[in-house]
Design a binder for this molecule. Structure first.
Ligand code: BDR
Ligand code: CA
Length: 316
């Protein structure tokens, strides 16, 4: 199985992404680092520990707490209206005795990259603060990952937090610029594709009725947490009975790159724009080349996402 490291601000869609990565037989999650964003870093860590244990008490995935705020800026605080008071749509998952490991997330990222040099896929679902801090510890880090799949940014699509900014890039633009400029082999899974990859309430309900009995508790959790997400998008008058698959799509791209079409573009992050900080700008002169996803096969992405619920759980 492909070794992956996930960095998450464990909110609703992060939790769906994590569940999928844990259940997909072709991925091996080597660790999950957490970051502020949808919720506080403490809550993101607690959510992550509970989700892992809930999916399968046999899982032994190290969880490491990371940055509590952006590199340079003030943090606006949790986004309760999107992700609920506890980050996962106010669903109370069973408590766990598991604890995060005592290491800085940035150091853990460097350690894992060295352990799996050239083999590891880094998948980021939140602000890039931990990754920027890891680069500061080890300037050679960018050469050590096989690939870095980033949920964030919007090239042609409108922003979701400011006119031209996506929330993860807006939340720590300086960190994004450091990560992009480092030359890491980045695939950007931004709003250009995640807004198109949508899951419907009906697809979730159908999965509840057709899933393998071994996975029923997990899809049951997904249904409950997504209620909050569906309600937010409906209230915002964006979508009705459907939601975008921001974070889950990054995991799907790690598993099957053919789900998306992409193009290499030279970009830089605008850190100075007072209205839309963190916006992605094409820049042929000073930009750094990254691969940007521009289109996605929606139905195949959703089928792949939900297919893990039709199989027996993996136990490791
Ligand atoms: C991103 O922002 C967060 O709210 C989501 O979890 C996702 O990572 C979408 O803009
Ligand atoms: Ca996220």
């Amino acid at each position: 199985a492909k070794p992956v490291l996930i960095d998450a601000d464990t909110g609703i869609d992060d939790s769906l992404a994590i569940v999928h990565a844990l259940m997909a037989k072709d991925l091996k999650v080597e660790g999950i680092t957490t970051v502020f964003g949808n919720t506080t870093v403490e809550q993101a860590t607690e959510n992550t520990l509970r989700i892992i244990q809930y999916v399968n008490p046999g899982y032994d995935v190290p969880v490491v707490s990371g940055a509590a705020k952006p590199l340079l800026r003030l943090w606006d605080g949790p986004v309760h209206q999107v992700h609920g008071l506890n980050g996962i749509g106010n669903v109370e998952l069973p408590k766990t005795h598991q604890k995060p490991i005592e290491e800085m997330a940035a150091e853990f990222i460097v350690r894992k990259a060295n352990e799996f040099e050239g083999e590891l896929s880094l998948i980021t679902l939140g602000r890039l603060t931990n990754i920027a801090e890891a680069i500061a510890i080890d300037p050679l880090l960018p050469t050590k990952f096989k690939e870095v799949i980033v949920m964030g940014g919007a090239l042609f699509a409108p922003g979701n937090i400011a006119p031209r900014s996506e929330a993860n890039f807006y939340g720590d633009p300086e960190a994004v610029q450091i990560v992009i400029q480092s030359g890491m082999p980045i695939t950007m899974v931004g709003l250009d594709v995640t807004m198109k990859a949508r899951l419907t309430r009906e697809q979730v309900n159908n999965t509840l009725n057709t899933c393998h009995h071994d996975t029923k508790h997990v899809i049951d959790y997904i249904q409950h947490t997504l209620e909050h997400y569906f309600a937010f998008y409906e209230e915002a008058e964006q979508f009705k009975d459907e939601c975008p698959l921001h974070d889950p799509l990054t995991i799907l791209v790690a598993r099957d790159p053919s789900l998306v079409t992409r193009e290499c573009k030279k970009v830089r992050i605008n850190c100075d724009d007072p209205v839309s900080p963190g916006s992605v700008e094409l820049d042929l002169v000073t930009g750094t080349e990254i691969s940007i996803c521009l289109d996605v096969e929606r139905e195949r992405a959703v089928t792949t996402l939900l297919s893990v619920f039709h199989k027996k759980r993996r136990f490791i």
